[in-house]
Unconditional design. Structure first.
Length: 292
């Protein structure tokens, strides 16, 4: 499959918190089945999630119900060396050398009980990245059948362009929400449109701050969005996803919830025709001033 034809599901399920959901293996299997029934077929992981335990928790479900693997896309990330009891680094740091990327990809394959990852992202920009060398690693692991496609996460437009010059990338996973709008102005979403590559969006609900934050910005945004959500007859969460989806880069928002109702709220946003005035009303509430 060429990068141009690669497509994630419109909503992606994020597994960052799976180890805190306290689900049995059978319950994890059922959760995956319900996500698939909602049309969510892409599942977003990272090697470091859950103190390096999240992938294995998901993988236990795939081992128990191996037929599920053929119905889904597995996305993972690597490149962050995160301190933990098992990995007593002096500090957290980034590493995109060939041996580390290979080791983490192969560990993810074992954790997830699969022979190939559909998409692997470099989790954060590594200031010591050798772009040509990393591209060679990508090409080798692709040739070996271990990874189908590559992308990045949290990379600036110039960092994306540098690596893209050496190897085709399919996405940049970025933070975007009514409370965090930097991607609208820093060129990353412009670049996605320029290249025709749909971005993935993490934390579309502002890490929960949209619902519980008591700072001035969160209070302003919540008040404005509650009024708009009531008018559309939808939940605040559905409106937040609809706000992200309204962007012309055609982003793929990532959920973070273990609640099936949370996934339903995200999927419901696909049917919300949010108009430009309402989109900008949320922008204005977030910025605290009208458009220039």
């Amino acid at each position: 499959m060429s990068p141009a034809s690669f497509a994630l599901s419109p909503i992606v399920a994020g597994l960052w918190r799976i180890t805190s959901w306290n689900l049995s293996v059978a319950e994890r299997v059922r959760w995956i089945e319900q996500a698939l029934e909602l049309g969510i077929r892409s599942f977003d992981h990272a090697d470091i999630y859950g103190d390096y335990q999240a992938e294995a928790a998901f993988g236990e479900a795939l081992k128990a119900a191996p037929a599920l693997r053929q119905r889904m896309q597995l996305v993972s990330k690597c490149g962050i060396r995160l301190r933990s009891a098992q990995r007593p680094y002096r500090i957290n740091y980034y590493d995109t050398c060939a041996t580390y990327v290979r080791a983490q990809v192969e560990q993810s394959l074992r954790n997830l009980h699969t022979e190939q990852l559909d998409l692997v992202l470099i989790h954060r920009p590594d200031y010591l990245m050798d772009a040509a060398g990393l591209a060679d690693t990508f090409a080798t692991l692709t040739r070996e059948g271990k990874v189908a496609h590559w992308g990045v996460s949290n990379h600036s437009a110039s960092q994306f362009a540098l690596l893209q010059q050496h190897h085709p990338l399919v996405t940049n996973q970025l933070e975007l929400s009514p409370l965090h709008m930097a991607a609208l102005d820093n060129g990353t979403l412009d670049q996605a449109q320029q290249l025709g590559l749909r971005p993935m969006i993490w934390s579309p609900l502002g890490g929960g701050r949209l619902f519980t934050g008591d700072d001035e910005q969160a209070v302003r945004v919540r008040a404005e969005m509650t009024s708009i959500a009531n008018r559309y007859g939808i939940s605040l969460a559905t409106l937040a996803f609809a706000w992200v989806l309204r962007h012309p880069s055609r982003p793929h928002p990532i959920t973070g919830s273990g609640r099936i109702d949370g996934l339903r709220e995200a999927v419901a946003a696909l049917d919300v025709p949010l108009d430009a005035e309402d989109w900008y009303a949320i922008w204005t509430a977030s910025k605290g001033h009208p458009v220039p």
